[in-house]
Design a protein around this ligand. Structure first.
Ligand code: MN
Length: 265
């Protein structure tokens, strides 16, 4: 590898819009890795009661953004934390992991999930400047319906696996889509991503849940998603990186701001 190429490789700007930093054995190490690699990382949480603890761990990081979340699979057990979500929502622009998961066949459980998600969307809509990373397994239609056409905020469909038709509907309503390394193994996902406009694509790891060669994926592994996008788009890795980083920068511009910034807090 030439020195010039090596230099350029180090200039790749990486964005991980969905990483469960708090669920790694050593969260400090993941934060340090994101700082050192200058990888913008959205550290999602699964329940409001762990948000403060992760904020303490992340500290004054320039690159790691702590998100306030409420995972749909925990909605039934943790529904009492809904007031806590509302109490904390003013502390961050980043919201996730939230959404719906219809792997459960229990209609009562799905109804509680919808209640939690609807309350969260209402809080975020009132705030007007939130950036949501959203889970929609087997529930894409209800997720897209719940967000609606006039949501005041930005939203990212994380690891989307619903129909193309529903995705088109979501894109018409302003959706972004984030891709992880597990999706790069799927021909169905490839066909779907090829249909998403370049300016709506983002990268994520969903670490530590998504694994790469038996190890948990970490923010720097968004490079695999970028490599995949660069082959789908038939451009260089550097160009793909610029597109995705630019997308995140535009996404995180607060309404009314004039200049893009990737360091929204
Ligand atoms: Mn996740």
């Amino acid at each position: 590898m030439s020195i010039e190429k090596d230099h350029r490789a180090r200039q790749l700007r990486l964005v991980d819009t969905h990483c469960h930093v708090d669920l790694f054995p050593d969260p400090h190490r993941v934060v340090h890795g994101a700082e050192t690699g200058q990888i913008v990382t959205v550290a999602v949480t699964n329940i409001p009661s762990v948000f403060d603890q992760l904020r303490t761990i992340v500290g004054q990081s320039r690159f790691v953004k702590v998100a306030l979340g409420f995972h749909p699979e925990l909605a039934v057990d943790r529904v009492k934390e809904l007031p806590l979500f509302r109490a904390k929502v003013g502390l961050t622009r980043f919201i996730g992991e939230v959404g719906l998961d219809y792997v459960t066949g229990l209609e009562s459980a799905r109804a509680i999930q919808r209640k939690v998600f609807s309350s969260i969307l209402s809080d975020c809509d009132s705030a007007g400047d939130k950036i949501l990373t959203i889970h929609s397994r087997r529930a894409a239609d209800d997720v897209v319906d719940a967000i609606g056409q006039s949501f005041r905020g930005r939203f990212i469909l994380h690891w989307y696996s619903g129909s193309s038709r529903t995705l088109r509907r979501a894109l018409a309503n302003g959706a972004h889509v984030s891709v992880n390394s597990a999706m790069t193994q799927s021909t169905r996902a490839r066909a779907m991503i090829a249909d998403v406009p370049q300016d709506r694509l983002l990268t994520e790891t969903d670490g530590p849940f998504v694994r790469i060669d038996e190890r948990p994926s970490q923010p720097e592994d968004v490079r695999l998603s970028l490599e995949w996008l660069s082959t789908i788009w038939r451009i260089t890795l550097e160009e793909a990186s610029d597109i995705v980083y630019g997308n995140f920068s535009r996404l995180s511009v607060p309404a009314g701001a004039e200049r893009p910034s990737a360091t929204a807090t």
